[in-house]
Design a protein around this ligand. Structure first.
Ligand SMILES: *[C@@H]1O[C@H](CO)[C@@H](O)[C@H](O)[C@H]1NC(C)=O
Ligand SMILES: *[C@@H]1O[C@H](CO)[C@@H](O)[C@H](O)[C@H]1NC(C)=O
Ligand SMILES: *[C@@H]1O[C@H](CO)[C@@H](O)[C@H](O)[C@H]1NC(C)=O
Ligand SMILES: *[C@@H]1O[C@H](CO)[C@@H](O)[C@H](O)[C@H]1NC(C)=O
Ligand SMILES: *[C@@H]1O[C@H](CO)[C@@H](O)[C@H](O)[C@H]1NC(C)=O
Ligand SMILES: *[C@@H]1O[C@H](CO)[C@@H](O)[C@H](O)[C@H]1NC(C)=O
Ligand SMILES: *[C@@H]1O[C@H](CO)[C@@H](O)[C@H](O)[C@H]1NC(C)=O
Ligand SMILES: *[C@@H]1O[C@H](CO)[C@@H](O)[C@H](O)[C@H]1NC(C)=O
Ligand SMILES: *[C@@H]1O[C@H](CO)[C@@H](O)[C@H](O)[C@H]1NC(C)=O
Ligand SMILES: *[C@@H]1O[C@H](CO)[C@@H](O)[C@H](O)[C@H]1NC(C)=O
Length: 382
């Protein structure tokens, strides 16, 4: 009998917790409360990154000889990065670590209208108009995508953006693109597509990964200028599944105040200072020990138009940073606003049956056009 109870106990205890971990419902908590110490973060592409180098590398760098490459191994370099903390540099004016880096090159926290601006190549000023009908625009979804991703945009038009009823309903959506550096035919085709569907915003910057921040900010700026009647705004990517009917139904219940909601980090994480990492950020690009609190760009985040307007208002004076979600976090922090982790936003594809996903997930990452169609067309029991 005892054994049976024990078994049931184990079952009850373990199965859900295993599931929780598998489904990433479990969120790592840092109990130390020390912002610099957090060692777990997730990249914007959904990969988990453990270890930020802060804890492991406590040695002092004494070697300033640039030629001595042998001694400049990973450990010593990481240590010197940490010593370049901009705040500390300014405080102590002590810059003996790397004489060849000019403080003026280090990303400042504020600037005077330094954020790059770009002009419009195509925009639809009527995208959010209601023409005096009683339908209000409840939610605008900004979708970042590249000029050549035509198939992907078509899939979204046929699936989760379709309830916008060609941008006349309470949901509106807009694709945001830059321009391809060399291939003019891609740009011509994108412009043609934009004119045909009226659901694309094209701006005059090079559409490259490093410019994602320009893309996101272009979308937010356009939203605050030309869609300010929308109550809520979501920013997402082209490969994200968004359960728009569910989001529309739930969004009021989130009671969003001065905050951003989504897959948000709950403790400040540190930039990756490992130079061999794909996510390496140099102290010149970002000198602080930790990032602000932010919500990951994929699956995307949700907020109010008021918050978007605030972000757009402060952004000209917040220097560019190439991780778009961190950049938005910096603006959000400058406003004194918060982030809130929300159930149902996943950085990865949940590989379970479609109805399970549709029941529990608001947004999840990395779905192909074919999968989008499958998800949208699968009818599930309530
Ligand atoms: C690094 O330098 C500081 C200040 O000079 C000193 O307090 C600390 O003990 C040193 N750490 C190591 C590991 O040598
Ligand atoms: C460092 O390398 C440069 C170029 O190879 C050389 O001219 C210079 O003398 C070296 N400096 C030291 C301190 O060895
Ligand atoms: C890197 O440098 C540290 C300190 O100088 C040394 O203890 C360590 O063995 C070095 N590692 C490698 C792989 O050279
Ligand atoms: C600069 O740093 C070195 C090493 O940590 C220390 O010995 C020195 O006193 C510092 N200078 C100032 C002006 O803080
Ligand atoms: C030291 O300065 C050089 C020259 O600006 C730079 O290339 C290098 O990345 C710097 N090292 C660190 C660790 O910042
Ligand atoms: C919508 O309503 C406003 C004020 O009620 C009016 O000025 C405007 O002309 C109307 N627009 C259309 C297209 O009917
Ligand atoms: C409002 O009118 C414009 C111009 O006629 C049209 O493009 C747009 O689709 C209309 N919007 C709605 C919601 O009917
Ligand atoms: C980003 O876009 C700007 C404006 O078109 C361009 O000058 C810059 O080179 C682009 N960045 C990269 C890394 O290509
Ligand atoms: C766009 O669609 C193509 C074709 O299905 C797919 O291979 C590609 O991964 C998609 N792009 C993104 C960013 O998901
Ligand atoms: C740096 O990253 C590489 C791979 O990106 C990894 O193999 C290496 O162990 C890392 N070094 C440290 C000190 O974390």
């Amino acid at each position: 009998m005892l054994i049976r109870i024990y078994k049931i106990f184990i079952f009850v205890l373990c199965i859900p917790s295993t599931l929780f971990i598998l489904l990433e419902l479990y969120q790592p908590q840092d109990s130390s409360g020390q912002p610099e110490q957090l060692s777990v973060g997730f990249s914007r592409r959904g990969t988990f990154i453990t270890g930020n180098g802060i804890n492991e590398h406590k040695g002092n760098v004494t070697d300033n000889d640039e030629n001595n490459t042998q001694r400049k191994n990973q450990t010593t370099r990481e240590t010197s990065s940490i010593f370049l903390d901009y705040q500390q540099v300014l405080k102590s004016s002590n810059f003996s670590m790397n004489q060849s880096v000019y403080i003026s090159e280090v990303r400042p926290d504020k600037c005077d209208a330094c954020f790059p601006q770009s002009s419009y190549i195509y925009k639809n000023d009527n995208l959010c108009s209601t023409n005096n009908s009683t339908t209000q625009v409840k939610l605008l979804i900004i979708i970042t995508t590249a000029p050549h991703e035509m198939i992907n945009r078509t899939a979204l038009r046929k699936t989760w953006t379709s309830i916008s009823n060609k941008n006349t309903g309470e949901l509106r959506y807009v694709f945001v693109l830059g321009k391809h550096a060399k291939d003019q035919t891609r740009n011509t085709r994108a412009l043609k597509e934009a004119k045909k569907h009226g659901d694309i915003l094209i701006k005059d910057f090079m559409d490259v990964y490093e410019n994602l921040t320009l893309k996101t900010m272009s979308g937010l700026k356009w939203a605050s200028d030309f869609c300010s009647n929308a109550k809520y705004v979501m920013k997402t990517d082209i490969d994200i599944w968004v359960d728009t009917p569910k989001l529309l139904q739930l969004i009021d219940s989130f009671k969003i105040k001065n905050e951003i909601l989504g897959k948000c980090i709950q403790n400040r994480i540190s930039p990756i200072r490992n130079e061999t990492s794909k996510y390496y950020v140099s102290p010149v690009q970002y000198p602080h020990l930790t990032y602000p609190l932010y919500c990951t760009g994929g699956p995307g985040y949700v907020t109010t138009m008021e918050v978007v307007k605030g972000i757009v208002r402060v952004s000209p004076n917040i220097p560019f940073f190439f991780f778009e979600d961190v950049y938005v976090g910096l603006c959000n922090e400058a406003l004194g606003y918060k982030v809130r982790w929300m159930e149902g936003f996943k950085t990865f594809k949940v590989k379970l049956n479609v109805c399970w996903v549709k029941k529990r997930i608001i947004a999840c990452h990395r779905l192909s056009p074919r999968e989008m169609m499958k998800y949208w067309n699968t009818k599930c029991l309530k």
